[in-house]
Design a binder for this molecule. Structure first.
Ligand code: RUB
Length: 306
């Protein structure tokens, strides 16, 4: 029988679980489940299992600092605990995991509270890919009685835009589905472009689904405000110490299954949107300038730097 961590990692790798937030939630739940069914007899053995789980989960998708921050926090709490009993240490895993998930949920609601105010009545909103944080915000605006239209890009190669389009239709929102390369064609009709994030770097650049930087570029040309909605914990502390955020490169078969032999296919899953293109990051602390990310992280989540 496969352990919960391998099962979760496989689902994440295959995109059965998609989006940074859902990836982090699946990884946290799997780590908690692993700890609860451990046969470890000592703290050392438990930590060994947790570190192996961390390696498996981190390798499932490379560009997911929210998952990494969460798993690091859980393991750090076990490492630092003065408890020796494995039972007590697994309780620590549960406590930290559950608190993290509650905080994540609260951040999502706070982001929706703030971001929904930016959705004007009778406006047109363009989004790219599927971000559960973006759709939560739009759902909030809708429940507040606002009337708006959404344009969704299909998001090649695996069409996460279809998930967004279905969610919007279920909400009763007038929804238009376009191919990614039609973004410029429609941008002049758009009042607000809004996307999610997988990672935020120390310089305030944002990494999100491939094509996001083109949406930002086109939005700037059309003078359309471009916002990123993101929990602050998508910040990657490693970027502060010189590391580049790794951009996951996926199977060529996602793009062309029976491609001619010798054809080179490249399939990066994400790209980097420079901070100068971003009007603001809508996060749980408010709408912030990408430039202020380090200062806010130091104040709100100092533990990510340890
Ligand atoms: C999803 C994607 C989303 C972010 C944010 O890419 O780029 O915009 O992950 O999502 P993929 P959320 O489908 O490859 O995971 O707001 O749900 O965290």
């Amino acid at each position: 029988m496969q352990d919960p961590v391998s099962i979760a990692a496989e689902k994440i790798r295959k995109l059965e679980v998609q989006g940074a937030r859902n990836v982090a939630i699946a990884a946290i739940n799997a780590t908690e489940a692993l700890a609860n069914q451990t046969k470890a007899k000592t703290k050392k053995e438990l930590l060994k299992e947790l570190l192996r789980a961390r390696e498996t989960l981190f390798a499932s998708r490379e560009t997911e600092p929210l998952m990494r921050n969460a798993i690091r926090l859980i393991i750090n709490n076990v490492e630092r605990s003065t408890e020796r009993s494995v039972k007590k240490l697994t309780e620590t895993v549960t406590l930290v995991s559950q608190q993290f998930l509650r905080d994540l949920e609260a951040s999502k609601d706070r982001i929706a509270d703030i971001g929904a105010r930016r959705i004007r009545d009778n406006s047109v909103v363009l989004t790219h890919c599927h971000s559960s944080t973006v759709t939560h915000l739009l759902r909030r605006a809708r429940h507040e009685g606002k009337t708006f239209e959404v344009i969704c890009t299909e998001t090649r190669p695996v069409f996460q835009g279809k998930i967004t389009a279905r969610e919007m239709l279920d909400l009763g929102v007038k929804t238009t589905f376009i191919i990614d390369s039609a973004t410029r064609f429609f941008m002049n009709q758009v009042d607000l472009a809004i996307v999610g994030a997988d990672a935020i770097t120390s310089e305030g650049n944002v990494i999100n689904k491939i094509g996001t930087s083109m949406v930002a570029f086109v939005a700037q040309e059309a003078r359309t405000p471009f916002y990123v909605v993101s929990e602050l914990l998508k910040f990657d502390p490693a970027t502060m110490y010189g590391d580049y955020e790794k951009i996951e490169e996926r199977e060529p078969g996602e793009i062309w299954r029976d491609a001619p032999k010798d054809l080179i296919i490249r399939n990066p899953a994400f790209d980097v949107t420079r901070r100068d293109f971003i009007h603001g990051i809508i996060c749980e602390e408010g709408i912030i300038s990408p430039h202020s990310i380090i200062e806010i992280m130091r104040r709100k989540y100092p533990w990510v730097f340890t």
